[in-house]
Design a protein around this ligand. Sequence first.
Ligand code: AMP
Length: 219
Amino acid sequence: MTMQSAAPRSKRILMVGAPGAGKGTQANAIAKQFGITHIASGDLLRKHIADGTTIGKTVEDIVNKGELVPDAVIMDMLRKPVMAASETGGYVLDGFPRTVEQAEAAYRTAGSLGVGVQIAVHLDVPEEELIRRMLERARGADDTEDVIRHRIKVYEEKTRPLLEYYSSRELLIQVNGARPVSEVTWSIVVQLQRALKRPNTHTSGTAHKNQATADKAVA
Ligand code: AMP
């Protein structure tokens, strides 16, 4: 069953997690389940780099070092796909926002569009497991051990504060991501379905003080 008929307004689901936490895999599964679009900022950047576009040339060194790309580049790159997805049911964003500043910018844009429910999903995975997974997948020049450790440090400093931001403003779902893929997916879907049923998760730019229950109920 999909949730589209239950919530007529577009859904905005945001994946928050360290590199290697499984955001891409889970975002893909969520997109299929809810009939929404999966948008991955890292995938889009890697495609720009592979295609040698202007954006690609601007960001290549930054991405390869595991640093964050400037907000303006990210916002420009995401604007069109995000707007298009908002008109066709919504999206699950994987890799954005990465900082509280990006979240605030996205919130202003979404608020002015009057789009619906926003829920952040935190995939929690211990550091050693993150490193093991990323070395195993070794996707690109930013997947060497030094860069991986640096990316995790960047996550801790710049992205982790987002969890507090979302739990105090809108809705944050906590998921233990250190389990088999299908169990994690199930846990996310169950919690999202529950959250999407709540009338007060439908926002149009107004802050909410909701926090979904932790994972225990479905673990
Ligand atoms: P990811 O595949 O999401 O781990 O992203 C790979 C790399 O792309 C990151 O290490 C950053 O260099 C860059 N990147 C992806 N998303 C963002 C973002 N929202 N803001 C800044 N940099 C990003």
